[in-house]
Structure formats: C-alpha cells, structure tokens
Design a protein around this ligand. Structure first.
Ligand code: ADP
Ligand code: MG
Length: 335
C-alpha cells in the first residue's frame, strides 16, 4: 500500500460540505470559511511514542486520544471545533494498526463535527501531530475566547470532572503501585480515552474570566493562569484529592482497601498527575449560579477548589484550613 492509497483508504472520506469547510483532503491546501464575525482558534499537539504513549497502546484508543488532547485545547478557549489536520509518521503501513487508529480518531471527530481536512504522511518513528481549528465569536469587537490571562482577584477557582486518574493508571502500568482491578479499569479509561470538555468550554463563554485545560498537572497549569493574570490563588488540596475518581471509589463505593502507597499519593496525583484534560477556570463569585447552569447544560461536573487572590503566589490549605507545603511539581519535558 502506497502513501496515497493509505490516505485514500483510511483518512479521505466523502465530501460533506459543512458550512465551514470549503475544501477538504486532496488538493495542495484545504480551504476553511470561518463564519462572519468569528475568529479562528488554532492549536497543535504532538504525540510521540515512548513519551506520550507506549508502543503497545491500543490503536483505536490512541486515535481517540490524539484528537481528544487537541479538542481539549479548543475547549479551554471556548472554541467550537471545525476541522483538523493530521501529520503522521509511521514505521510501516500496517493495516491492522491503521484501520482501528483511523476509526478511533474519526469517531471522536464525528462526535464533535470536526472534519479531517488534510495532513502529511511519512515513514518514520511513530509520531502523531494534529492541528485543530475552531471558531470563537467576536461580540462588539471583543473576542469571546477564554484566555489564561483573565483571572481576577476574588474569582472562584473551579475544575471540571476528575483529576489524578490518568496518573494513577500510569503508575499501575509502570508497576509502581497496585490497586483493585475495578479501580484500575476506571482510571485507565481516563488515561487512554479522555473526554475533551468542549461543551463545557462553550457554555462558559461570557461566564468564566480565565481557563486552561489540565494537561501537565493541576497546580502547574494553574501556575500559567496566575502568571499570565498577575494574581495568586489558594487551593483546598483535600477537595482536589477527592477528585481522583478512584479515590472516591476506594473510600465510598467499596470501603477502604489495602493500598501499598501513602494517602499523599492521592494528593500528588490530583495536584500534579497530568493527562487529565479537564478544564480549570475562574469565575466571579456572582456567577456561581451561571457556572452551575453551564455545568448542568454540558452534563459535566464542576467543583470549586479554591479562589484567586490579589496576593501573588500559590497557597495550599487542607480541609481544616491549615497550610500545606507545595511538593507537587508539574510535568516538564525538559526539567
Ligand atoms: P503535498 O505534497 O502537496 O503536501 P501530499 O501529497 O502530502 O500533498 O498530500 C495529498 C493530500 O492528502 C493533501 O490534501 C494532504 O493534506 C492530504 N493528506 C496527506 N496525509 C494525510 C493524512 N495523514 N491525513 C489526512 N490527509 C492527509
Ligand atoms: Mg505533503
């Protein structure tokens, strides 16, 4: 199977003529037609074998995750997905890998009305690079995009869904901890097939002051909001810890079980685990009802985990309000 057969067979689909995609795969460029009064939101993420996923990862799930991490960036901006490109380096044209990879990728794309409009295909070590394009309205000359730089002192700080599960699954896969199978299975789904919070991001336009998606760890990604907004924050680490779904499972649904690691691990995973793809955002206290309504309309849980302070720096407190020292550094590829 040659390069062009491969593209034709797995990635090119019948023309759909969506309102925004004027020309898809097959020419030198694709053509996008953003709606009048909108901006294009663009983001690119690369997944490298051995770094972001293991060689044995199920190709269907890898297809899903490759697009999910990109859609998560659009969600964090409050952008509506339009289209994406796929640059793929493959060791060989292996049908048993390509077919499920394309299925996983395109199923998530279809769920979000996000069309594959082009890409590049080359032989080489497995590497998946996706660029997504989304749309954000401009109202009265103001972009409705949610930015990292908009947090205000006094804002509530929220995170969607659960954090820490992906890291828990990774530690189990690495053999550094063991947990009951049901807990691992729940966590593994979060690692391998994360749900991008696109509907929540859209619902938060005009409500949230700032947002980011949690990819490198909650506290580290919060740090980007604080720096770019010129503010500080206080975070309740005990609330955040309950957001490891497996933790809730272990303490609630099934009672305590024996685990060969300390409770501090739960905090570590929630606060610095990474690969969560949840939205971390701030909103004025006057918007609490609007935030609850956005959570409900997008069918996403949202938890208030702290507040934004005028005083710079990050303060961690426990359920009793006592200070907790910050030993929860985020992931950094070059640190
Ligand atoms: P060019 O050499 O002009 O860059 P290519 O021969 O690489 O074009 O690609 C032919 C067409 O197939 C282009 O429209 C390109 O966007 C598309 N394409 C190539 N690889 C992929 C891929 N992995 N997924 C989707 N479209 C692709
Ligand atoms: Mg090319």
């Amino acid at each position: 199977m040659g390069e062009f057969d491969l593209i034709e067979r797995y990635f090119k689909r019948p023309e759909r003529h969506t309102a925004r995609v004027a020309l898809g795969i097959g020419d030198d460029c694709a053509l996008l037609q953003p709606a009048p009064g909108t901006q294009l939101a663009i983001s690119c993420d690369m997944l490298v074998e051995g770094r972001h996923f293991v060689a044995t990862m199920d190709p269907f799930k890898l297809g899903h995750k490759s697009l999910a991490v990109n859609l998560s960036d659009l969600a964090a901006c409050g952008a509506r997905p339009l289209a994406f490109t796929l640059a793929l380096a493959l060791p060989r044209a292996d049908e048993a890998w390509l077919a499920p990879f394309a299925q996983g990728l395109l199923a998530l794309a279809d769920a979000h009305g996000c069309e594959l409009i082009g890409g590049d295909t080359t032989q080489g070590p497995l590497n998946i690079c996706i660029t997504v394009f989304g749309e954000v309205p401009v109202v009265n000359g103001r972009s409705q995009a949610l930015l990292r730089s908009g947090a205000q002192a006094g804002d509530d700080l929220y995170v969607s869904g659960n954090v820490g599960d992906a890291r828990l699954a990774l530690e189990v896969l690495r053999g550094s901890v063991s947990v009951p199978e049901a807990v691992f299975n729940a966590a593994r789904m979060r690692l391998e097939t994360p749900t991008p919070r696109v509907a929540l991001g859209l619902a938060l336009r005009g409500i949230a002051n700032a947002a980011i998606d949690v990819s490198d760890g909650l506290l580290g990604d919060l740090g980007h909001i604080l720096k770019q907004s010129g503010v500080g924050a206080t975070v309740d680490v005990d609330i955040a810890t309950t957001l490891v779904a497996a933790y809730a499972y272990s303490t609630g649904a099934t009672g305590q079980f024996d685990i060969n690691f300390s409770p501090d691990h739960w905090r570590r995973w929630a606060l610095s685990g990474g690969d969560d793809y949840e939205l971390l955002f701030t909103a004025p206290t006057s918007a609490r009802q609007a935030v609850a309504a956005a959570a409900q309309s997008s069918q996403t849980t949202v938890t208030r985990i702290g507040q934004i302070d005028a005083e710079h720096g990050l303060r961690l407190v426990d359920a009793q309000g006592q200070p907790v020292s910050n030993r929860y550094a985020s992931f950094d590829h070059f640190a």
